[in-house]
Design a binder for this molecule. Structure first.
Ligand SMILES: [Zn+2]
Ligand SMILES: [Zn+2]
Length: 261
């Protein structure tokens, strides 16, 4: 069985937990850890876990809302950090890679096995050194995670085809972004090809992937200022032709509770 939950989602910190379980044992990983150690542990307890239940952390890229708490958590619990060469280099340059923490390099070309979980990184366009996102599988069901991507590509859409569950960035509503409080350079960065996906881009992406097995779609990384859960839900529901209620939303404060595929 494959199940997943989110501890937090948004520019204030991202952290998702995924678990593959067979009769004998379970493997749990974090995808990103953008919260501090105390807050990560507090939120893990909310989904019935403690730090010692986690086997590894997969990092998508070096931005603080994804990597800010990674090495503290990994050091505290003696677990490995999986990241790309470029993400490690960027974090090293900022002095954020801690000695004594085991680092496993991944690339967009090779899957990795972590206990009962199969992990497939795939490359994405975003303004970081070597960003990837991940497909996680227990050997039968597949979960795709996609946030922090400026525009969709055929490569991304192929990676996300045939999934059982998808956590998909819906960062902003274009009109709200342009009318909102951010300085112009930041608006241009967010809306640019290496920034973030808006509701309409996410709707288009979801409409183009093969989705006959999809049982869960959750909108993620919503901007507090430039989006609303209702707008994100409506966009993803349009792509699927389903009711808005069927679409989940990952929030900054609560993430979302366990979902099983
Ligand atoms: Zn982010
Ligand atoms: Zn980012």
């Amino acid at each position: 069985m494959l199940r997943f939950a989110s501890l937090a989602s948004g520019s204030g910190g991202n952290c998702l937990v995924a678990e593959a379980r067979d009769a004998a044992s379970g493997t749990r990983v974090l995808v990103d850890c953008g919260l501090n150690l105390t807050e990560t542990e507090r939120r893990l307890a909310r989904v019935g876990l403690q730090g010692s239940d986690i086997s590894a952390i997969l990092v998508t890229h070096e931005h603080g809302d994804h990597a800010g708490g990674v090495f503290d958590f990994a050091a505290a619990h003696g677990i490995a950090v999986y990241l790309t060469y470029g993400t490690r280099a960027a974090l090293e340059a900022e002095g954020k890679v801690l000695d004594g923490v085991k680092v496993c390099l991944v690339s967009g070309k090779e899957p990795a096995a972590i206990g009962a979980l199969e992990v497939r990184p795939y490359t994405v366009p975003h303004d970081a050194r070597e960003p990837v996102q991940y497909i996680l599988s227990d050997g039968s069901a597949r979960l795709g995670v996609l946030t922090d991507i400026g525009c969709s590509t055929p490569h991304v859409e192929q990676a996300l085809s045939g999934l059982d569950a998808l956590v998909l960035e819906c960062n902003y509503e274009l009109d709200l972004l342009w009318a909102g409080p951010y300085p112009k350079w930041l608006k241009s960065r967010i809306a640019g090809p290496f920034g973030h996906l808006d509701n309409r881009q996410s709707e288009g992406l979801l409409g183009r992937v093969e989705r006959s097995r999809l049982k869960h779609v959750v909108g993620a990384h919503l901007s507090r200022h430039n989006n609303t859960p209702a707008l994100a839900r409506a966009a993803l529901a349009r792509a699927l032709g389903c009711s808005d209620d069927w679409i989940g939303i990952a929030s900054q404060e609560d993430g979302f509770d366990w979902r099983s595929c």
